[in-house]
Design a protein around this ligand. Structure first.
Ligand code: SAM
Length: 228
């Protein structure tokens, strides 16, 4: 059984069009992407968000990181100016403080979150920014109550994600990927994120919600700054 949660090539292709019209562009502009010199996207898939960035900032160097070899290869084949690295968000092969703008769009939840956030903070230069979007309680609750795909296995997996999210928020613990609980996608809360970021000299400068289910946020967007 694969220990990663990879997305399909159809998903990556579809996201390029979607991100040109959803919240992505407005949040990147709010975080002043046009002023960035080096933009890193962790969990970049085939580089769909960085392709949007290409149009917003014509000069920054663009680096995409994803463990999915096929997605990296597909992105590299598009002939853009993005440099792809096949690697995990939990182990970024990038020097300390070398990036002034990072993006992690609906990908953090598929990683060991505390480790990946620590890595993102490590590679950010002081004053650097991170645009982060993440799955929150409402999304996972909706998946558990109304699974998007059928099958008993999928339904049980969705409940496991819900329990893993509660464990992360309440106990602060998340399983490692090869272990049983590590093969889940725990949701993230703004409170947990704020507490976690403080340990790495980062703070949330802006928060925006993309949608709600039964009054609970589904996806949050955050602009995070590295303070020192
Ligand atoms: C839902 S897709 C989002 C892709 C892209 N960021 C976007 O917004 O369209 C989640 C991505 O996270 C990647 N991913 C899964 N596990 C990862 C890990 N441990 N480190 C970095 N990326 C990971 C997947 O390969 C996939 O490309």
């Amino acid at each position: 059984m694969s220990t990663y949660f990879f997305a399909s090539s159809t998903y990556h292709r579809g996201q390029l069009a979607a991100q040109r019209s959803d919240m992505t562009v407005s949040v990147l502009c709010r975080a002043r992407i046009a002023e960035a010199k080096c933009v890193l996207d962790v969990g970049c898939g085939a580089g769909q968000t960085l392709r949007v960035v290409e149009g917003l900032n014509p000069t920054a160097s663009l680096i995409g990181v994803d463990p999915d070899e096929e997605a990296c290869r597909a992105g590299q084949g598009e002939n853009g100016r993005i440099f792809f690295i096949q690697a995990e968000g939990e182990h970024l092969p990038i020097a300390d403080g070398s990036v002034d703008f990072a993006i992690c769009r609906v990908a953090l939840n598929y990683m060991h979150q505390a480790t990946a956030l620590h890595e993102l903070a490590r590679v950010l230069a002081p004053g650097g920014k991170l645009v982060l979007s993440f799955i929150s309680f409402g999304y996972t609750l909706r998946q558990a109550l109304h699974p998007a795909r059928g099958g008993v296995g999928q339904a049980l997996g969705n409940f496991k994600d819900l329990l893993a999210g509660i464990a992360l928020q309440v106990l602060g613990s998340q399983g490692r990927r090869p272990a049983f609980w590590g093969r889940s996608v725990p949701y993230t809360s703004c409170d947990w994120l704020r507490r976690r970021l403080r340990k790495d000299a980062c703070e949330i400068a802006w928060l925006g919600c993309e949608g709600y289910y039964l009054g609970c946020a589904t996806i949050w967007w955050a602009i995070i700054s590295r303070t020192k």
